[in-house]
Design a protein around this ligand. Structure first.
Ligand code: PFF
Length: 451
């Protein structure tokens, strides 16, 4: 089976597709809103540290496990773990649960983005007034039919693309559009930064107030770092399984991390100056981007047109990420249970749609359904980002650090000695064997209130 696996066709294709998974609503929607609700600059500092010390080593380890096993996230651990340690496959199964929980709300938010393409063109969201923006967003999310309909548009679209296969489907979509999104974000930043009163937003983003850092804030930053880089749940492992043998894994992971970070920073610089210039609430939560972005566009010439283009690109970025998450259950079902890709896609989309119902009705019919004080939308996000992904990260580190071992790690990350990167590999090894799992464990326990 492994010889016939579809794969990426070029080094550049690998980079862009991996980036296509990393860059998405996490950058444009989640990063700004969490930065806003968790204190601004101080959150950014913690987030940066989490990305470097925790997320980057996990990313390298995960991609490597994929390429070494050329398999989905469950089979990979079956192949690489010693015969009597099959329990490591739990990492793959946890990833399956994360994939479903994430997609239940992520496809819904992608649906809001699709809806905003049309709203941009109709002019109904063209306003710099916080009250109007809030009402427009509220009307959409509290209408059960709209909320579910747009989610299904996304689910069906993604299902169709996935059925077309790995290299054709994913590469083709991801390749073309990233640079354009980047350009539009730069344009947005320029407009936002030149608004009167913009400096307050820059200060919010870059002048840290360390008193705002609490244990739950740190856990949220770690969860975001995992979410942003698509790690801890087997997505990067699955992508790694399509990597070419000569691909430089540490370099690719570092580049993806840096590019992903730049997109987030641009999104932050596009949003926060405008938040303060127009008097929005930085801690508005999931609605922040959907209110602020239209306001920035409304204050530039041809704003409607640019705004529609922006939401088209954001929708495509979201689709790239969605495809990569869907690939986890689809690859698993087709390779493990022998289902056709088509059937595996249909089953996955059906289950996600089912979980999507309570998540997307959280502002209307299911608003009172709460567990631990969280509605379904927030709960699915919390369980996946703040518990399952970091837990997956700990297990991946322990597996690589204590079971897979240094000699194998060296062989893989140096491409059998072809790359001269011994020092780096030793550092990655110390991180994944000791530092990273300990840091994540302490942060998780403290962030969840265990001590
Ligand atoms: N990294 C994506 C984003 O930032 O939008 C979201 C994501 C993709 C999370 C793939 C997890 C994943 F496995």
């Amino acid at each position: 089976m492994s010889q016939n696996r579809d794969g990426f066709t070029s080094t550049f294709g690998v980079l862009v597709a991996t980036l296509g998974s990393a860059v998405g609503l996490g950058n444009i929607w989640k990063f700004p809103y969490l930065t806003g609700t968790n204190g601004g600059a101080s959150f950014l500092v913690v987030y940066l540290m989490a990305t470097l010390l925790v997320a980057l080593p996990v990313m390298m380890a995960e991609i490597m496990l994929g390429r070494a096993s050329r398999a989905n996230a469950v089979t990979a651990f079956e192949k690489l773990a010693p015969k009597n340690q099959k329990f490591w496959t739990v990492i793959g199964y946890m990833g399956l649960v994360s994939a479903i929980l994430i997609l239940a709300f992520y496809t819904g938010v992608a649906g809001w983005v699709f809806a905003y393409i049309f709203k941009s063109l109709s002019g109904s969201i063209h306003s710099t007034d916080p009250a109007t923006a809030k009402a427009a967003f509220g009307a959409m999310v509290s209408n059960p039919v709209q909320a579910l309909m747009w989610q299904w548009v996304v689910l069906i679209g993604a299902g169709i693309i996935i059925m077309l296969g790995v290299s054709k489907g994913i590469e083709a979509v991801a390749k073309k559009l990233m640079p354009l999104l980047f350009l539009l974000l730069v344009l947005l930043c320029i407009r936002s930064l030149t608004l009167p009163g913009a400096m307050a937003g820059v200060k919010f983003l870059f002048a840290p107030d360390f008193s705002k850092i609490t244990a739950p804030v740190v856990l949220t930053a770690v969860g975001l770092a995992f979410f942003k880089l698509s790690i801890g749940m087997g997505t990067m492992l699955t992508y790694g399984s399509y990597f070419r043998q000569e691909q430089n894994i540490p370099a690719t992971a570092t580049r993806v991390m840096l590019a992903d970070l730049s997109v987030s920073m641009l999104a932050g610089l596009a949003i926060f100056p405008a938040v303060f210039a127009f008097g929005f609430e930085p801690s508005a939560g999931p609605s922040l981007v959907f209110m602020t972005i239209p306001a920035v566009f409304a204050s530039m010439p041809l704003g409607n047109v640019f705004m529609a283009i922006f939401f088209v690109l954001a929708a495509i970025a979201a689709t790239g990420a969605i495809l990569s998450i869907l690939e986890v259950p689809v690859a698993m079902m087709s390779e493990r249970f022998g289902f056709s890709r088509k059937l595996a896609t249909l089953i996955s989309v059906g289950i996600i749609g089912l979980f999507g119902v309570p998540a997307m009705l959280s502002s209307s019919l299911t608003a009172d359904w709460k567990l631990f004080g969280l509605n379904a939308f927030d709960l699915f996000d919390f369980i996946s980002s703040n518990i399952l992904l970091p837990l997956g990260g700990i297990l991946i580190c322990l597996f690589v650090g204590w079971v897979y071992g240094l000699p194998q790690l060296k062989k893989q990350l140096s491409n059998e000695g072809q790359l001269n990167n011994d020092l780096l590999i030793n550092a990655v090894f110390v991180l994944v064997r000791y530092v990273t799992p300990i840091i994540i464990t302490v942060i998780m326990l403290k962030g969840l209130g265990a001590f």
